[in-house]
Write a protein that binds this ligand. Structure first.
Ligand SMILES: [Zn+2]
Length: 249
């Protein structure tokens, strides 16, 4: 007979739709939810709020108990680390934007977190955004589809962890190319879609500084404001800014 503390019990939700076999106590399950680092961003939020509630008030319903144990024991297909190139360039690009926002961007206004949208030649849309500064994944970049489905993340050392088969090879190739030469890929995106890949504005609407030529953003493929934010070249940068960009590359 197994010892009581490692007995496996099956519990299921009131409607019988969800069940889990668990040998954990509720507190063990809650602790596990709080310790795990392999959740997808959406699951992480759910598991953590559930665990915190249970630790604070105890288990209040059978459904809550079932979901607590489901989240503690949930298994993911192991994330696959893919080497399709070095993504250091992407990490640097986002760091530049975050630094810009903190030091000289949008004074007094709420900072938007940097987000970049790209499109492969066959029309697959892929989006990049930074993990929240408060999350365990701070400093990493989330990769999502155009509709916001989570597809993987790029860690601080520039490795891509793909959690889904849905991320096509051509999208990974595009990300690798973008990491190597952001300016060229941003230009191509602008030429193809008529929009800035950094802020999604139509390029004819992008305003630069007073006195800048209208239409220059259309030519460049992204706007002057975004060029400054991400540390990229733009024809309307000042001489000193152009030198700074050249030195950075
Ligand atoms: Zn822009």
């Amino acid at each position: 007979m197994p010892a009581l503390d490692c007995e496996v019990v099956k519990i299921c939700t009131v409607d019988g739709r969800f069940s889990v076999e668990t040998s954990l106590t509720d507190i063990e399950a809650a602790n596990k939810c709080l310790e795990r680092t392999d959740y997808t961003p959406r699951d992480a939020e759910f598991a953590r709020s559930l665990a915190n509630k249970v630790k604070q008030d105890g288990v209040r319903s059978i459904n809550q108990k079932v979901w607590l144990h489901i989240m503690a024991l949930k298994e993911y297909t192991p994330a696959q680390t893919v080497h399709v190139g070095d993504f250091q360039g992407l990490i640097k690009l986002f760091q530049t934007a975050l630094h810009y926002d903190q030091t000289q961007g949008r004074q007094g206004r709420k900072a938007r977190s940097p987000k970049i949208t790209l499109e492969t030649p066959s029309g697959y849309v892929v989006a990049l955004k930074t993990a929240s500064e408060l999350s365990r994944n701070a400093g990493m970049i989330y990769v999502t589809s155009g509709e916001g489905t989570y597809l993987g993340k790029i860690d601080r050392s520039g490795d891509l962890h793909k959690t889904s088969q849905d991320l096509p090879q051509e999208a990974m190739d595009l990300l690798a190319e973008f990491s190597r030469s952001p300016q060229e890929v941003a230009e191509q995106y602008g030429a193809k879609t008529g929009k800035c890949c950094f802020c999604a504005r139509h390029l004819q609407d992008e305003k630069g500084d007073a006195g800048s030529q209208r239409g220059s953003s259309v030519e460049q493929g992204y706007g002057l404001v975004c060029a400054r934010r991400y540390g990229l070249y733009h024809t309307n940068l000042t001489g000193a800014e152009k030198i700074a960009v050249a030195n950075r590359q």
